[in-house]
Design a protein around this ligand. Structure first.
Ligand code: KIV
Length: 257
């Protein structure tokens, strides 16, 4: 097993795993100093391209952005989302995952669970492709965000789904929008680390979409903490630049040759 993957698994019950998303080098080189995992998420659809759903992101988009991200990642584990429909049968899954890894030199792929595709994870792992699972709110398969793991029936179903993903060979699993008590139970049951987003502090690690926590995306649901308001900072700089260009203050002598 890849040493970086082993290191992630070994963090379970020792220290929290820190993860964020990146779509380009300027951000990834900062994340690489602090994060254990950098994810090239298909959330780029909404966040970067202004699309309504992640379904529009294809293999070329993911590979192109990962190539940029990879330029800034030297220490963190680089995980890449497999786009919707790129893994709906085992042949496609293996071909496309191999293409992502060959063309980007990333460490692992992430696939969303539809509570049926455990066999795909198994095939990928058997082909020596490290896989991160993803349960709860999985935008590739579910239209609307809804917190899961509230009723007893939902809790039992989610625990089973997580166990099946572990059994299939995944090295970790994202829990998205899962109630804190259910996330706690899943985290306790599994021997692989759980990475939560909107799923409480009881997971083995956390992930957020970087543009959300930086206050850039304009998307701030309850589970996002905005650590800075970059929108405001950028707007202030652009406003100042505009003013200076209009009054002829920029460029000044020191800015030209
Ligand atoms: O696409 C993405 O950014 C993700 C995270 C929200 C886990 O899947």
């Amino acid at each position: 097993m890849n040493k970086k993957i082993k290191n992630i698994i070994n963090k379970k019950n020792k220290r929290k795993i820190v993860s964020l998303t990146a779509y380009s080098k300027n951000i990834s080189k900062i994340l690489d100093k602090y994060c254990d995992i950098v994810l090239v998420g298909d959330s780029m659809a909404n966040v970067l391209y202004g699309l309504e759903s992640t379904h529009k992101i294809n293999l070329d988009n993911i590979i192109q952005h990962t190539n940029s991200v990879k330029k800034g990642v030297h220490n963190a584990l680089l995980v890449v989302d497999m786009p919707k429909a790129s893994y709906n049968n085992k042949f496609k899954a293996i071909k496309n995952a191999k293409s992502i890894i060959k063309n980007t030199k990333c460490d692992a792929v992430k696939i969303e669970s539809n509570n049926k595709n455990f066999g795909i994870i198994k095939e990928l792992v058997n082909s020596k492709i490290p896989v991160m699972g993803h349960i709860g709110y999985t935008p590739q398969f579910k239209k609307k965000f809804k917190v899961e793991g509230i009723t007893k029936k939902e809790v039992t179903k989610l625990i089973k789904e997580a166990e099946n993903i572990e059994k299939a060979g995944a090295f970790s699993i994202v829990l998205e929008g899962i109630s804190s008590s259910c996330a706690k139970k899943i985290t306790k049951k599994l021997s692989i680390p759980t990475i939560g987003i909107g799923s409480s502090k009881f997971c083995d690690g956390q992930i957020l979409v970087t543009d959300d926590m930086l206050g850039l995306s304009g998307f701030y649901p309850k589970f996002v903490k905005k650590y800075v308001n970059l929108n405001r900072i950028i707007e202030k700089a652009v406003k100042e630049y505009t003013k200076e260009v209009r009054v002829g203050k920029f460029p000044s002598k020191k800015n030209f040759f």
